[in-house]
Ligand binder design. Structure first.
Ligand SMILES: Nc1ncnc2c1ncn2[C@@H]1O[C@H](COP(=O)(O)OP(=O)(O)OP(=O)(O)O)[C@@H](O)[C@H]1O
Ligand code: SF4
Ligand SMILES: [Mg+2]
Length: 364
């Protein structure tokens, strides 16, 4: 993740030009809105970040904060099927010099699978239940490579082997239901990686798996990333996963980024009251979790009637600390709090420091 691009996009400002960025992936002021009978759902509402190859960005945030919609927008999946009928999207998504928001569905389809691929929580959302696993990997490969079925089958076996599926030459002819949950997840990863994508988005890839398999899958993603030098976006509810795998962390709230920085900074010196709450509410691999998981009080914001000012203000214990009514009237923009570390909150540096050291850190 770069700090501040030449256009300033990384701080969340809209950009006027459409200049290709230097970063491998750069998302600029992305908005994904869904008009519904009840009003416009602002699932993603002005999100900017960038990511370099070889790095892993974790996106964290409560349910409904816009994590999956963001990844679907990058992959061009929001335009598919009935979902795509009613989506309004603006901003820019640059992948390796190509802008995707204005690209045709055909152009994005060409990139999907080859330049970018996604793994999901539920492998069956990516795999067809009635086709052999190997045939699906073969198909995924042949979409982008003009090779014979035989060559593609050899590639499928190689990939199944690579992701740790035993007897790959035999399992290649199995159906998804003949695989265990963990093995099915591996097979989906094999399919996602068959074309060596440069960007891999993993949306809660291990949530449904038991702890041992989870750890194996994370190792696998990390190894494959090292091997191929891909950029990875990891969406997760589990801070243990973040601590294990992420270089950078982006915290989403109500369709926007409220804090981002290196994983070390966000864990050790978190700046935003919502991140403080999140750190207390999410499991961590390095702590005894049972007694200290305290959910963030209150409910996630409506994405149709987003609270005025800071969207977190109805739940924030410190909403009255900044002078005047600023937290309820003025939306805080991302500001750099230290090198590479950004937070969107009206608290002064002194107040943040005081609250963190006196109230928050001792309890975490
Ligand atoms: N096609 C759609 N039409 C209307 N609203 C939608 C649509 N797709 C997503 N949303 C809404 O956008 C919001 C963000 O959804 P998203 O799936 O990105 O959340 P998330 O952060 O991935 O949550 P979770 O952690 O539960 O997976 C949700 O309130 C969701 O209901
Ligand atoms: S801007 Fe105000 S309400 Fe929002 S997180 Fe900061 S202190 Fe809390
Ligand atoms: Mg999701």
């Amino acid at each position: 993740m770069t700090e501040l691009s030449k256009t300033g996009a990384a701080v969340g400002e809209p950009t006027s030009g459409r200049q290709a960025p230097e970063a491998f992936l750069e998302v600029r002021d992305l908005k994904v809105h869904f008009p519904t009978d009840d009003g416009v759902v602002k699932s993603v509402d002005g999100l900017s970040f960038s990511l370099e190859k070889g790095r892993t960005l974790a996106i964290v945030g409560e349910s409904g904060s816009g994590k999956s919609v963001t990844s679907q927008a990058i992959m061009g999946l929001h335009r598919l099927g009935t979902r795509g009928k009613n989506v309004r999207m603006s901003g820019e998504i640059w992948l390796d010099g190509q802008e995707l928001v204005s690209a045709s569905p055909d152009e994005v389809r060409k990139l999907r699978g080859r330049e970018m691929a996604m793994i999901f929580q539920d492998p069956l959302s990516a795999m067809h239940p009635y086709y052999k696993v190997g045939d699906q990997i073969v198909e995924a490969y042949r979409v982008h490579h003009k090779v014979s079925k035989k060559v593609a089958r050899a590639r499928a076996i190689e990939m199944l082997d690579r992701v740790g599926i035993p007897e790959p030459a035999k399992r290649v002819d199995g159906y998804p239901h003949e695989f265990s949950g963990g093995m099915r997840q591996r097979a989906m990863i094999a399919m996602a990686l068959v074309n060596n994508p440069e960007l891999l988005i993993a949306d809660e890839p291990t949530t449904a798996l038991d702890v041992t398999v989870q750890a194996q899958i994370l190792d696998l993603i990390r190894d494959l990333q090292k091997e191929f030098g891909s950029a990875v976006i990891m969406i997760t509810h589990d801070l243990g996963v973040v601590a294990e795998i992420a270089d950078d962390v982006l915290v989403m709230y109500g369709g926007r980024c409220v804090e981002r920085g290196s994983a070390g900074e966000v864990f050790e010196q978190p700046q935003h009251p919502y991140t403080w709450g999140l750190l207390g509410s999410m499991p961590r691999i390095d702590r005894e979790t049972s007694e200290r998981l305290i959910p963030v009080k209150g409910s996630p914001p409506s994405l149709i009637n987003v609270p005025s000012g800071c969207a977190f203000h109805p739940r924030c214990p410190y909403a009255d600390v900044p002078k005047g009514n600023v937290t309820r009237t003025v939306r805080p923009e991302l500001e750099q709090v230290s090198t590479g570390h950004w937070s969107a909150c009206h608290l002064s540096a002194e107040d943040r420091e005081r609250i963190w050291t006196e109230e928050i850190a001792p309890k975490l």
